[in-house]
Design a binder for this molecule. Structure first.
Ligand code: ADP
Ligand code: MG
Length: 178
């Protein structure tokens, strides 16, 4: 994790799109057992990264294997494996984790090759591993950064099949006291 964040530090009065009760349900981790996904969407500063780190951190404390990537780090790692002709090894590595967290999808536009690799990742985890994605974009805006409608449809089809998608509203916590 880039830093440690916990649910204890999360102010549910500031961010009311998600409740303590819902988080307590997450913390049973039945969704990981059932290989379900979670997607958190919302503007910068609404707490997406905080919630994803806190979720991953709690999952590790419950003996789940978790890997955390920023979308950028994920893309960089995937392209290296691909360039070396070892993309299968990357998939094998990822499949060892119960939960794969991908933070900040949507900030950078992706070249078609990346969209394709991302699709392969999602496809190999489908009904096999849980994925948590945070994004500053709503689903309707995903095609613009994947740059390919067909691939976005295929990605969303798999991601959304067993998935809880949450839109976090409200103001940026970063600007709270500004
Ligand atoms: P996002 O990923 O949505 O852009 P972050 O999760 O990185 O936002 O939140 C920005 C900063 O504000 C972080 O330091 C985070 O810990 C803090 N933060 C955001 N929302 C809350 C909240 N509801 N309670 C406490 N801290 C918060
Ligand atoms: Mg973030």
């Amino acid at each position: 994790f880039p830093t440690i964040k916990t649910f204890d530090e999360f102010d549910f009065r500031f961010q009311t799109s998600i409740t303590k009760r819902e988080i307590n349900e997450w913390l049973t981790f039945s969704w990981i057992e059932q290989r379900q996904n979670k997607i958190l969407m919302g503007a910068p500063g609404v707490g997406k990264t905080h919630l994803s780190i806190a979720t991953g951190f709690s999952a590790i404390h419950n003996d789940y294997k978790v890997i955390f990537y920023s979308m950028q780090n994920l893309m960089e790692e995937m392209i290296i494996f691909e360039a070396e002709g070892k993309f299968e090894n990357f998939i094998k590595k990822i499949q060892k984790f119960d939960l794969i967290i991908i933070d900040e999808l949507g900030y950078l536009p992706l070249k078609p090759i990346y969209a394709n690799l991302f699709f392969q990742l999602i496809n190999h985890c489908y009904e096999y591993r849980s994925i948590m994605i945070t994004s500053n974009k709503l689903f309707s805006e995903w095609s613009s950064f994947f740059g390919d409608n067909t691939i976005v449809t295929a990605i969303l089809d798999r991601l959304m099949h067993h998935c809880e998608a949450i839109i976090l509203n409200g103001d940026s916590y970063r600007l709270k006291d500004k």
